[in-house]
Write a protein that binds this ligand. Structure first.
Ligand SMILES: [Mg+2]
Length: 109
């Protein structure tokens, strides 16, 4: 096992899903997974707004990453390939300052 490899992260999350029978018990239903991811995003937000330590923020980010990988399993999609395809797309995008913060987007208008 190499903790730096996406394939090993995917295998670990798959093992977690298998251990708890998530596929057979509704744990891989996409609307439920979206709700879980929103819940974790709220916890990430709470770390910021409540001034929690970086270790708490890291743990909540890990929760969301694990859910994202699990959602890739549930939806049978290749998140690794999608990540690199999107990074390639992002490299060609322009940035703008909006209300004092940078935004990288397609800026169609
Ligand atoms: Mg959490």
């Amino acid at each position: 096992m190499n903790p730096d490899r996406y394939a090993d992260m995917l295998a670990a999350v798959q093992s977690f899903h298998d251990q708890h029978g998530l596929r057979e018990s509704g744990g891989e239903d996409l609307p439920y997974r979206v709700a879980l991811m929103a819940e974790e995003l709220g916890e990430i937000s709470g770390c910021i707004t409540k001034g929690k330590p970086d270790s708490a923020l890291a743990e909540e980010c890990a929760d969301l990453l694990i859910l994202l990988i699990g959602t890739a399993i549930a939806a049978d999609l290749d998140l690794h390939a999608a990540f690199w395809a999107k990074m390639e797309k992002l490299k060609s995008r322009r940035s703008r300052m909006i209300d004092g913060r940078i935004r990288v987007s397609e800026f169609r208008s």
